[in-house]
Design a binder for this molecule. Structure first.
Ligand SMILES: *[C@@H]1O[C@H](CO)[C@@H](O)[C@H](O)[C@H]1NC(C)=O
Ligand SMILES: CC(=O)N[C@H]1CO[C@H](CO)[C@@H](O)[C@@H]1O
Length: 371
């Protein structure tokens, strides 16, 4: 039969009533119906597959995010508390930071930040000076430096583009210093700092300590021998602004020496940086440490112990107000800030020419003007 080949329209038009044609018509109709059914079925299947593959993509994405995060060892700046807890436990740290509440507006869809922070400085010189003091005196007193510790921190993973996150102690310097104006320590001072009269009596004077420190910086490749110019980009760090801004500037006046160029410049007040980090994590309305007004600037009052605690680090190691122990604990705080992706740059201006009322001529201390 030649009618077979032309198909449906031919048989409908030309073969009504014909038994054979009606057989083919039913067959064709059945086939069309079957085709339509199969097509609809596959369309549904395809739709389901597409939508399910989309959700599985999301799951894979978040799984990947969770898997990447701990191995990268650095939280996204606005990461969720869940991610943070995971990191702390992985690093075996106490999960103290639970106290820092993430703002309620934090969304879970924060993009993963796996890039290390750009760190413009190569080295960090942490120092925590101890000075003579009397009960009831403040930072306006002519304090003389009695302990001078410095801890050098350097990056172990700084890339060529300046990105880094891991700091390590490179070297330490420590010397006691013999005071000249008031060579006898008060009981209060010894109790506070743990520094004994014998320790300062047998210590070199400030100028000699400066020379030793200079030699130490030369040995570590930070300054040039002779010219004393900076060879590397380093930043001085201290807990609060007092060490260099007050103690060091006063001591230079008393010892009648110019402030060395290698210690001039802005410094990183670690306490201020920690407070800044806390505010950025919790929002500006929750301040764990009350701010104090100092020199017209709002300064946080978080002591070293409180900073360690808020960063989820182990408790203070050593003796509080011992210069070297304070320095080592501050170094840990700086290291932790770096690990958390804080850009470590100076945040405090130092004026080498700062003067106090008791400063007379040629390093003379005017006793009548001491507060
Ligand atoms: C540090 O601050 C905390 C809380 O503000 C306080 O309890 C503690 O006594 C302080 N420690 C020192 C050594 O001043
Ligand atoms: C002098 C200086 O560098 N100050 C900076 C201290 O840190 C705050 C907060 O990061 C900056 O805004 C200041 O410019």
């Amino acid at each position: 039969m030649p009618e077979i080949a032309p198909g449906l329209s031919f048989s409908l038009l030309h073969a009504p009533g014909n038994l054979f044609s009606s057989y083919w018509l039913s067959c064709t109709l059945l086939m069309i119906a079957a085709f339509c059914l199969i097509r609809t079925f596959y369309k549904r299947l395809d739709k389901n597959f597409k939508s399910s593959s989309q959700t599985s993509n999301i799951q894979v994405g978040s799984l990947l995010l969770n898997q990447i995060q701990p191995t990268v060892e650095r939280p996204a700046p606005s990461s969720s508390p869940a991610k943070k807890n995971m990191r702390y436990t992985k690093n075996g740290r106490r999960v103290k930071a639970k106290k820092i509440k993430a703002p309620s507006t934090t969304t879970l869809v924060a993009p993963p930040c796996i890039e290390k922070t750009l760190q413009p400085y190569e080295f960090f010189l942490v120092l925590d000076l101890e000075g003579t003091c009397k009960l009831g005196t403040d930072f306006n007193y002519p304090n003389e430096i009695i302990e001078f510790p410095v801890s050098i921190l350097h990056w172990t993973d700084r890339q060529e583009d300046g990105r880094a996150e891991t700091l390590e102690v490179l070297n330490e310097f420590r010397s006691f210093v013999k005071p000249t104006w008031r060579p006898t320590l008060s009981d209060f001072c010894t109790e506070l700092t743990g520094i004994t009269q014998e320790q300062v009596d047998s210590a070199p004077h400030f100028l000699e300590v400066l020379n030793k420190l200079e030699a130490f910086l030369v040995k570590n490749g930070l300054i040039e021998e002779g010219t004393k110019k900076r060879l590397r980009r380093f930043c001085w760090c201290s807990d609060g602004p007092w060490d260099i801004r007050d103690f060091f500037v006063k001591q230079c006046f008393i010892s009648q020496v110019e402030m060395p160029s290698w210690i001039q410049g802005d410094v990183l007040d670690v306490r201020f940086a920690v407070q800044h980090w806390v505010n950025s994590e919790t929002g500006p309305h929750t301040k764990p440490g009350l701010s104090k007004i100092s020199n017209g600037v709002r300064r946080p009052s978080l002591n070293i112990s409180a900073q360690l605690k808020i960063l989820g680090l182990p408790a203070f190691e050593g003796r509080q107000h011992s210069g070297i122990d304070d320095t080592r604990n501050i170094a840990k705080i700086v290291t932790e800030l770096a690990r958390r992706g804080v850009r470590l740059v100076p945040n405090t201006t130092i004026y080498p020419g700062r003067r106090w009322r008791w400063m007379g001529k040629h390093g003379q201390i005017l006793e009548d003007c001491i507060p």
